[in-house]
Design a protein around this ligand. Structure first.
Ligand SMILES: NC(=O)c1ccc[n+]([C@@H]2O[C@H](COP(=O)([O-])OP(=O)(O)OC[C@H]3O[C@@H](n4cnc5c(N)ncnc54)[C@H](OP(=O)(O)O)[C@@H]3O)[C@@H](O)[C@H]2O)c1
Length: 305
């Protein structure tokens, strides 16, 4: 596994992290196997949210960590809050209450990172900053980040919260690249040229914010992953050819595509299958040339000017 500094912090983190959204479906024994596999592969960073499995993902993870006999410092735990049934809530009251629930379910005293899950248009950034201050003072949260936000939303909060936000969690995969497309088709009247995020990719690079790529293999929930998907024959052909030539799996190549970008993204992998996790982790050994990267990009149906 390769490691990097998260955002502008000193926190050393693996390039791949386990997204625990689907952990609620596992038995305790299976959860322990998945966590142990991650640790064996050098993946000691785990992403949660209070809503995953209505809290069950955090609950099972907390119990698994306890039964595995792990020290708290052996794992880096991030969780998210701010999504409630039918609405978004970045109020101070809700953030503080949500963190107490998260800590209880995870059976821990602190989070390494708290991330606000999806922007609440009714938010007051000074209220969020006050919530962050209180959580930090109480030792409940060490660092903070945002998710699914644009440049101005990050700047708005940074006008009130003085510490650097470390991460922005965004959907990025071989088949979901609007933030990359827009930068390749500047000022063009094309679909790809639409700037949907205010230039978030370059903004994060400029400010040293780590983009955490979510759903690295999924088309969407209904269609599943792009592996062997009939809509992506060329992509699967190129994935297979590169996997063969480099002696790794197609999953490793698809992951390496994200790791190769100089934005230094951290990839949130959601598989709960220990064998797949092993195949995916091999991505950290893969070197993709510039030409290979563009070939993959184009094979997913993208265009260059
Ligand atoms: N901030 C946000 O709004 C947001 C939104 C969504 C997700 N996330 C985070 O991102 C993490 C990853 O998201 P995700 O689970 O959608 O991502 P993913 O890694 O793209 O997808 C994983 C899913 O694909 C399945 N799968 C089928 N074939 C696969 C293959 N060959 N290789 C790998 N997986 C395969 C996995 O099943 P198996 O388990 O059987 O392998 C699993 O159900 C989540 O756990 C969560 O932490 C954040």
């Amino acid at each position: 596994m390769k490691y990097m500094r998260l955002g502008q912090s000193d926190l050393l983190v693996p390039r791949l992290a386990l997204g625990c959204m689907r952990m609620s479906a596992l038995s305790l024994t299976e959860a322990k196997q998945v966590i142990q596999q991650c640790l064996d592969l050098g993946i000691n960073f785990f992403d949660h949210a209070d809503i995953y499995g209505k809290g069950q993902s955090e609950r099972i993870f907390g119990q698994a960590i306890k039964e595995l006999g792990l020290e708290r410092e052996q794992v880096i735990i991030q969780s998210k809050c701010g999504i409630r049934p039918g609405f978004f809530d970045f109020s101070k009251e809700h953030i503080l209450a949500a963190v107490d629930g998260i800590l209880e379910r995870l059976q821990t005293d602190y989070l390494d990172l708290l991330v606000l899950h999806r922007p609440d248009t009714l938010w007051e950034p000074e209220e969020v900053a006050a919530a962050f201050s209180s959580l930090k003072e109480q030792g409940k949260v060490r660092h903070f980040g945002l998710s699914n936000v644009n440049r101005y939303q990050m700047e708005l909060l940074q006008a009130y919260w003085q510490e650097p936000l470390l991460v922005n969690q965004l959907q990025v995969s071989l088949v979901h690249t609007p933030m990359i497309d827009a930068g390749l088709q500047v000022n063009m009247l094309t679909e790809g040229g639409l700037n949907r995020d205010g230039g978030i990719l370059d903004y994060c690079r400029l400010r040293g914010v780590t983009i955490q790529a979510w759903s690295p293999f999924m088309i969407d929930l209904a269609q599943g992953t792009f592996f062997d998907h009939p809509d992506y024959p060329e992509l699967n052909h190129v994935l297979a050819e590169l996997a063969d030539s480099k002696g790794v799996s197609v999953e490793a190549i698809a992951t390496a595509f994200l790791l190769r970008h100089p934005a230094q993204m951290q990839v949130l992998v959601g598989s709960m299958n220990p064998d797949r996790l092993q195949k995916i982790a091999a991505a950290s050994q893969v070197e993709l040339s510039r030409q290979e990267w563009y070939r993959l990009y184009l094979s997913a149906g993208k265009e260059l000017p």
